[in-house]
Ligand binder design. Sequence first.
Ligand SMILES: [Zn+2]
Length: 180
Amino acid sequence: MRKLTFVFYSDTMNDAPLRLFCDEQLGKLARWLRILGIDTEYEKEIDDEELINRSRTEGRLILTRDRGLAEKAPDLEVHCLQENYPALQLQEFARLFRDRATIRLFTRCAVCNGEIEEIDKAFVKEKVPPFVYKTQEKFTRCISCGRIYWKATHRDRIEFQLRELLGEFYTGAKTNYDTS
Ligand SMILES: [Zn+2]
């Protein structure tokens, strides 16, 4: 696999964090972007007009596979992705936005795009399986949907996949477990 070498801005250099809206064909990409901590809206079966209006109101760039969508919103920044597969779309995103995106891994909810906050272990006792409670020390929660996250094996797999896919764009990314 071709390795990509990128530099990305630190928080202090990035005045306006990237805000995105993925169209309905890009659900898997949207999940990846949220895992990377990039503010990404996505809704199934949203019509073009609503997607465009919300992007305009919320200051979001649009990612799409549909050239027609770009023509409907000439005043907005719309990127029409060439790639068909989510993993390749993620690489394409990295090529396009390497200077504008800041990665903060696991700081957004993959399901709803809400921000993630750390929570006290005592709070999750009744909310996670006993084995998880016994073996994990750090827990986080989505402030929008309440979903609880912890550092399970699938996270290691996700990090491995991201490193493979994104190379230097990924290296050095902060995770919300770095402070331990
Ligand atoms: Zn959520």
